[in-house]
Design a protein around this ligand. Structure first.
Ligand SMILES: *Cc1c(COP(=O)(O)O)cnc(C)c1O
Length: 369
């Protein structure tokens, strides 16, 4: 870990190994592990993360959109990849790049079968998504009859898995609903198996599902946020290590008089003689304007420096009055101690959002194992 001399996202691959092993320790030995690497592996770097997890023998990857899967294939990733949210227009690309679609609607199914048949595909692997309560994507139990009928008419696709997604796996107050979802999913699986005579893999748990619903691990689990070091609870955060640290540097320090203003629209007014530091990171890098006006802060030499005024596209100004620091000193936006989760709380959001917002222009630096 060296001192940042510009804005960087530092990624600790040994922390990724730790998180993978910790989550795997929660599974039965036969349960497969799917790593969710959508959205640049939660804002880090999907290619480097996937390469590392492939070395650790992860069973599957998932991305949200087709193009994310294409990027992984271009980088030489050979592990199977599910595309969670494809569109009909992507069918050809999916087949060309050996990407396995989540089939979530009758329309997507019929369009995919059409393309697969035109290509003389046999038993192309697909994954059927069921809606058990999230009401976002997926078939319902009462769609099974027509789903089974469509599948029986073709040999071009093979259902490799059935899956669903928990609504509130991190929330103990919603355990009754989570259990209801699990029961619905079991019924769906039974009806599907009876209708088709095949027994695809089943999977339902995201990271919090892995930790809170061991009885619902089924054949595979799907983890995203846990791999990146967050467990959605104070207890589980202790067992995981954030893999990404967002660091920057003080570009310039200003001393301002009482009544002077800072930044666009004069949004901050000095209360006395104050010192401000300008940091080369702004809303174009993923620091939302929500963090401005003292909602968010950075850490300079161990102390909190609040963001004053409006967040600019390429800069923030922070209040360093009383903080011992100089131009060129390192600035921590978040790291393993001052976590993305803590920063997110200050703006009433969640770690997922701050992580995935880090834009591609921020240089990624990898710490070797
Ligand atoms: C994003 C996603 C996940 C991963 O969830 P985490 O809470 O990050 O572990 C799992 N399954 C589906 C369907 C998803 O969209």
């Amino acid at each position: 870990m060296s001192k940042a001399l510009e804005t960087i996202l530092e990624i600790d691959l040994s922390a990724l190994t730790h998180n993978f092993n910790y989550l795997k320790s929660k599974l039965q030995p036969q349960t497969k592990f799917l790593a969710v690497v959508k959205a640049f592996a939660y804002g880090s770097d999907s290619v480097e993360i996937a390469k590392h997890l492939q070395k650790l023998n992860v069973d599957y990857f998932a991305v949200a959109y087709t193009q994310e899967g294409v990027v992984l294939r271009d980088a030489g990733i050979t592990t199977p990849i599910i595309v969670l949210h494809p569109q009909s227009v992507n069918a050809q690309t999916l087949i060309d790049r050996c990407l396995e679609p989540s089939i979530y609607s009758a329309h997507v199914l019929s369009e995919f079968i059409k393309t697969a048949e035109a290509q003389s595909q046999k038993k192309y692997p697909v994954h059927i998504k069921f809606n058990t309560g999230l009401n976002r994507l997926g078939f319902k139990n009462n769609d099974i009859e027509s789903l089974v009928a469509s599948l029986k008419k073709t040999s071009s696709v093979k259902v490799k898995s059935l899956f669903s997604h928990l609504v509130a796996s991190e929330d103990a107050n919603e355990s009754e609903f989570s259990n209801l979802q699990i029961e619905r999913f079991k019924t769906i699986a039974k009806n599907f198996e009876e209708g088709t005579g095949i027994k695809p893999w089943l999977h339902m748990c995201n990271t919090s599902g892995i930790l809170n619903y061991p009885e619902a691990h089924f054949d595979m689990v799907r983890s995203g946020i846990g791999l990146y070091g967050f467990g959605n609870s104070i207890e589980e955060d202790k067992n995981l290590k954030p893999i990404a640290s967002l660091k920057s540097v003080i570009s310039q320090i200003h001393e301002i008089e009482k009544g002077e203003t800072v930044g666009y629209n004069r949004a901050y007014t000095s209360q006395g003689v104050e010192r401000t530091a300008t940091i080369p990171i702004g809303h174009a890098d993923g620091i939302s304007r929500i963090y401005g006006n003292e909602n968010g802060f950075v850490i300079i030499n161990g102390e909190k420096a609040y963001i004053i005024g409006n967040v600019c596209m390429d800069m923030i100004m922070v209040n360093i009055t009383g903080i011992n620091c100089k131009e060129g000193d390192e600035v921590i936006v978040f790291d393993a101690t001052h976590t993305a989760s803590n920063l997110a709380e200050s703006a009433h959001t969640i770690s997922y959002e701050i992580l995935t917002a880090i834009s591609q222009r921020v240089k990624r630096v990898f710490l070797p194992e």
